[in-house]
Structure formats: structure tokens, C-alpha cells
Write a protein that binds this ligand. Structure first.
Ligand code: SF4
Length: 336
């Protein structure tokens, strides 16, 4: 297998390419931190902090979180501009739960983001239990002006794993929320986050998660490896010998096991996660090197002669998917 021309040589459908299809050029996500809490941190319904979550609520650039939103956008855009020569951006409301406070607050923040001419849309991170009719109305209003994507922290479809993580919501609720969102906001771009490396995880389970994901009305997935960060409940479990982080080899196989069954028209944000701050990572050590772990997964794809959708049995429906599908068939034929 020499790579897939339709996916820029990659064995999976990267979100960067999906954005390219949508916007006609490369688009970069600008992460910002505006929310300051979430239901777990506020102890709603007796909930406690997710066992893996650091004090920054999964922010990408926590060092800027005290800055005004406009400054965060300017600083982070500048960083991306210098590093990648980036010109178009999506403002990503990433940290904590962005639909937990008043809807008007988020609306004002979206308006600030859209004042930037080079911002072509917004991405909003939230949880399955923090949606409401008011939030749907806001998303639909915003969709009349720009591209809106929502990333839902689902993490697992296994109820026991969700309890172990202290998520405070069930898999059943996550599935119900996905359908509810899609029904209320048909034009919304919708993605889910899933985490691999959880206790009791099996390859069969990952395959079933992928088959279930194919049934859901979503556009993209983001995959994380569960890592242990400083000052988290998981660090205590790790230090007590109650949690063993997944190895690089096992993790790469989990990602591939998931993607070979995944519908090739569902785009993929990333294959591995990194700590917000390098000095926060406790274990596993391999998760500290983003590029090396990403490359390892790609190499493993090659070894297994695998690619996204290799075992997908469903129907492809979109124009993008149809063209991807025909190219994929061509590529598979060439590889034989
Ligand atoms: S992962 Fe999200 S919901 Fe869980 S404690 Fe962190 S910010 Fe809150």
C-alpha cells in the first residue's frame, strides 16, 4: 500500500482535508479558553471532576486563558500564521463546557470571534448533558451567518467506563443527545470525542464502538489516548498501581481497529492527544512526543495494510464520499 491520493497519502480521512473540501483552502482551528467551569467541577448532581481532566479543562493554550477573547484569538492566530503560514481560521471554544453558562454569553463570544475577517466559522466544545433548546436556537441563528461545528465529549459508549471516568453522563444519554442535536440543527457540523486506553477495553469493544459510530448522524470523530496528567484523580490511581496506561503499540492497534470499520466519509480530527502543558504528563512517556506517536500509528497502518473504512459495510451517501469511494476502489485495485 502506498497511501491514498484522495486523503493526501494518509490511510484515513483527515479533518484538514474535510475543511479543504468545505472552504476550498486550508483552514486552521484557533483554540480559545472562555468557559471557566463545567457541571463536574461545579458538583452538579453530586458529580466530581473527570478522573483524567487537568485544571485547565483540556485547554490547548492555557497560558493565554486570562486574556480577553480578542487577544486570545489574535495571539493564537499569529502563532499559527508564523508556524504554518495559515490564512483562514475556525475559532475553537475548547476548554471546559462552553454551553454550561448563559447562552447569551456564548453568543457574545461568537460575535467577537466572527468580527475577524479571516475567521470562517466557530467550533464549540461541550458535553452530552449540556444542550438545550436555547443552545439549539443559538447554533441555528449562527448557522445563518457562518459555519458551526460542535464537538461532543462522548469519550466511551461503555457505561462502566464512563462511571470509572466520573463523567456524570451515560452512553445512552450521549446517543440520545446526538440524535436530538441533529434533529434540531440539521445543518450543524457534529463531531464526537472518543478515548482509548480505558480499563476493560477490548478490540471487540472498539470494533463495536466503530459500528455504533457509523449509525450516528455525525460528521467527524476525535480520538484521544488516555494519559495520566499531574494533579488529577487518575494520577492518584496510577501512583497506587490501580491504573496501567496503554502502550504505544496497543494504542496504535486500537486506533486502527476503530478506523478500519469506520465509514470513510466520517473525517478524523487526530489520532493521538498531547498534554496541554508538557510538564503535566505523568504517563505514559510515549504520549509526550506527539509527532513520534502519530508517525508510529501511521507506520502501523502500513504494516497492517489497513485504511479507514476497509471493513465498512454500509452505504456511502455524500458526493465527497462517492468520489472518495471510487478513488479508494481504484487505489485498492492498484495495490493488489
Ligand atoms: S473533562 Fe470536561 S466535563 Fe470533565 S471535568 Fe474536565 S472540563 Fe469538566
Amino acid at each position: 500500500m502506498s497511501g491514498f491520493p484522495q486523503w493526501q497519502g494518509l490511510p484515513y480521512f483527515p479533518i484538514s482535508l474535510y475543511y479543504h473540501y468545505l472552504f476550498g483552502e486550508k483552514v486552521w482551528k484557533v483554540p480559545v479558553s472562555t468557559a471557566t467551569t463545567c457541571p463536574n467541577r461545579d458538583g452538579i448532581r453530586g458529580m466530581t471532576v473527570c478522573n483524567f481532566c487537568d485544571e485547565w479543562g483540556s485547554a490547548a493554550y492555557p497560558q493565554h486563558r486570562e486574556e480577553h477573547l480578542s487577544s486570545q484569538i489574535a495571539l493564537n492566530k499569529e502563532h499559527l500564521r508564523k508556524r504554518y503560514n495559515a490564512h483562514k481560521f475556525l475559532v475553537y471554544f475548547q476548554a471546559y463546557t462552553n454551553t454550561f453558562s448563559k447562552t447569551q454569553t456564548l453568543e457574545k463570544q461568537i460575535d467577537i470571534a466572527l468580527k475577524n475577517k479571516d475567521v470562517v466559522g466557530v467550533v464549540i466544545g461541550t458535553r452530552p448533558d449540556c444542550i438545550s433548546d436555547a443552545v439549539f436556537e443559538l447554533w441555528n441563528r449562527t448557522l445563518k451567518k457562518t459555519f458551526v461545528s460542535v464537538e461532543l465529549g462522548v469519550q466511551s459508549f461503555d457505561e462502566d467506563q464512563l462511571i470509572w471516568m466520573h463523567r456524570g453522563h451515560t452512553a445512552k444519554l450521549a446517543i440520545k443527545s446526538i440524535y436530538r442535536i441533529r434533529e434540531a440543527c440539521p445543518d450543524l457540523d457534529l463531531g464526537i470525542h472518543l478515548m482509548f486506553g480505558l480499563p476493560g477495553e477490548t478490540r471487540e469493544q472498539i470494533k463495536n464502538f466503530s459500528l455504533l459510530t457509523n449509525q450516528l448522524p455525525i460528521n467527524n470523530v476525535k480520538l484521544h489516548n488516555l494519559h495520566v496528567l499531574k494533579n488529577t484523580p487518575l494520577e492518584l490511581e496510577y501512583n497506587a498501581g490501580l491504573f496501567r496506561p496503554i502502550s504505544k503499540e496497543e494504542y496504535a492497534d486500537r486506533v486502527i481497529d476503530f478506523l478500519v470499520y469506520l465509514n470513510p466519509e466520517i473525517s478524523v480530527h487526530r489520532l493521538t492527544a498531547v498534554a496541554s502543558r508538557h510538564d503535566e504528563l505523568v504517563a505514559p512517556a510515549w504520549a509526550g512526543n506527539k509527532m513520534a506517536s502519530y508517525q508510529y500509528v501511521l507506520d502501523r497502518f502500513k504494516e497492517r495494510m489497513a485504511y479507514q473504512g476497509q471493513e465498512f459495510q454500509g452505504h456511502l451517501v455524500s458526493d465527497v464520499a462517492r468520489s472518495l469511494s471510487s478513488l479508494q476502489n481504484l487505489n485498492t485495485a492498484n495495490a493488489l
